[in-house]
Design a protein around this ligand. Sequence first.
Ligand code: ADP
Ligand code: MG
Length: 272
Amino acid sequence: MSILEIRDLYVAVEDKTILKGVNLTVKGGETHAIMGPNGTGKSTLASVVMGHPKYTILSGSILLDGEDITTLAVDERSRKGIFLAMQAPIEVPGVTNFDFVKTAVQAHMPNDKKLRIGKFILDFESAAQDLQMGTGLAHRYLNEGFSGGEKKRNEILQMKLIKPAIAFLDEIDSGLDVDALRIVGENVTAMKSNDLGMILITHYQRLLDYIEPDFVHIMIKGEIVKTGGKELITKIDVEGYDWLKAELGVTELEEIRKPVSLGTCATKVPLK
Ligand code: ADP
Ligand code: MG
């Protein structure tokens, strides 16, 4: 069972501070939902934990099973068990879907172990079938010409085969029709176990009807301003986010920001 700890994380992109003191702990077996308006930093949080070099960590830390991974490269984090299903998966012409996933799975194995290709082919086909992805998928180039829904299902296919310990699913429901949403929801729910901690980033209740979260966090302007249970989902669905202003006793959500003092940061770590 893994534990991801995000401690007081401040993150900037191009001199603009996006995350302003995020604290979040996710344990194996738990499913967390992060909701919040557009542009509030949800994807930034997922990208930073995965190690995207575009973001600068101004202060704070990210720990996996007690080890500080704040400065590790993306592939090292991935090998340690962190996974990101991207909001907008990229197309990689020239690399087949099958080769991509095979290489990724091999890279996650201990150096002295070799992938058993026969078994992997069966696992790949079975995962593709579970996700109702069609037979030609293995030999198509990674995400090239895939519909929005196919790209999202392909992220889940990778997750099924890579078997991460901590997974961020960033708006995995966007671009999915009702049937695809059910398929993704059922497949993700089937992966729930004590060996997997999940963070679902979403705007909508409908995904969370399929994948039940244990905790719901609301992120606004780079901070988690409220954490609760499933009751928050319905409230947001019906009332949006304005009620939070009243509850937090502020007229503008800007006011909840804590001052950022870059001069006193313990760690200033531009990720390479
Ligand atoms: P969310 O996922 O909650 O919609 P994001 O994390 O994608 O929000 O974005 C948070 C903020 O960071 C937005 O204001 C966005 O414009 C800004 N941002 C993200 N990436 C960049 C970038 N490369 N350059 C400048 N601003 C960025
Ligand atoms: Mg986003």
